[in-house]
Design a protein around this ligand. Structure first.
Ligand code: NAP
Length: 322
């Protein structure tokens, strides 16, 4: 669809539908600002592909990531938020109202809350790209089931690697966690659960140097970083959980960003452009939790509300001033 955005001029446009985006939508909706959320690729963001979230308050038995995303969405919609399955790929902050170009056409927005999250980091070794979807995966909830009674390897030593490794033990015959050091970043509870699990094995001080297979993954080439000894490891699956990188490409040169590509926002979630706010992992290299992202989203919406209350209606083509 092509349009010039005039029929889609909204007070609050939220980019991304993870915990930050949907919490922002809830707060903006309750402020009667009728926010529109563009979901991005994945409704619910990264949290939605997390098998079980055990540290979001209010769910003593834990809650499925997808289920939590649906609950967030339902609650925001109950107060008037609109969730569009749409993907933004260009922004123009040079004049008010701001312009966002999405798959379905243009939107004009008086304020924008950016909550585009982050994407998994790749190992960048030979074979990785070719065998993604053919044994190599970045999402245990999506692909774990394919490895019923098969051998699986995991790379990473953080919470994600441990949590997802434990999830895959439901299906796989064995799960071998390969980590480049002999100490882990993962929390103590997860480490203990994994170390006590009969299906879990560990290869430490070791990196994957190549992922080998024709149609599908068969073997990993490994190198011990202490001895430089090389070896191979036969496996049906490889899940890579080595961190995330913020989804900020479309804001390059348009907003202030850190060296690592995170949007710089102050304690009111304000970015370097007035009326544009950032919340969640896109602006948070430190915490990256569902609860902290949701909190940032709520704060961004409260600040957007205050910002809109402080000005008269925004003239089309109006100049941007800080
Ligand atoms: P992370 O904590 O940054 O851990 C990344 C892991 O990957 C580290 O062990 C790192 O090794 C390893 N790594 C990085 N680059 C590598 C490479 N090129 N080759 C091999 N290994 C590499 O990432 P995360 O586990 O995705 O977690 C991200 C954030 O989300 C964290 O703050 C975490 O606490 C949070 N999180 C929380 C939960 C939860 O609370 N339930 C669940 C998931 C994630 P080094 O240790 O040697 O650097």
């Amino acid at each position: 669809m092509s349009n010039n955005g005039k029929d889609r001029h909204v007070k609050v446009l939220v980019l991304g539908s993870g915990p930050a985006g949907l919490a922002a939508a809830l707060y903006a909706a309750r402020a009667e600002l009728a926010p529109v959320v563009l979901t991005g690729m994945q409704l619910g963001g990264q949290a939605a592909i997390t098998h079980l979230i055990e540290n979001y308050p209010g769910f003593p038995e834990g809650v499925g990531g997808a289920q939590l995303g649906e609950l967030f969405q339902k609650q925001a919609e109950r107060f008037g938020a609109k969730v569009e399955f749409d993907m933004a790929h260009e922004v123009d902050f040079s004049q008010r109202p701001y312009k966002v170009v999405a798959d379905s056409g243009e939107y004009l927005a008086d304020t924008i809350i950016i909550s585009t999250g982050a994407s998994p980091v790749h190992l960048n070794v030979p074979g990785e790209e070719k065998l993604t979807g053919r044994g190599v995966s970045y999402c245990a909830t999506c692909d774990g089931w394919f490895f019923k009674d098969k051998k699986v390897a995991i790379v990473g030593g953080g919470d994600s690697a441990f949590e997802e490794a434990l999830f895959i033990t439901r299906y796989a015959s064995s799960v071998t966690l390969i980590h480049r050091r002999d100490e882990f970043r993962a929390g103590a509870i997860l480490q203990k659960r994994a170390k006590d699990h009969p299906k879990m094995n560990f290869i430490l001080n070791t990196v994957v140097t190549e992922i080998v297979g024709d149609d599908k993954l068969t073997t990993l080439k490994l190198r011990n970083v202490q001895t430089n000894e090389e070896s191979t490891f036969d496996t049906d699956g490889l899940f890579i959980f080595i961190g995330h990188t913020p989804n900020t490409q479309m804001f390059e040169g348009k907003l202030e960003m850190s060296d690592l590509g995170y949007i710089i926002a102050n304690d009111k979630m304000e970015t370097s452009v007035p009326g544009v706010f950032a919340a969640g992992e896109v602006a948070d290299p430190h915490f990256r939790q569902v609860i902290t992202s949701a909190g940032m989203g709520a704060a961004a919406a409260i600040q957007a509300t205050r910002y809109l209350e402080g000005e008269e209606s925004v003239p089309e083509g109006g100049a941007v001033s800080s």
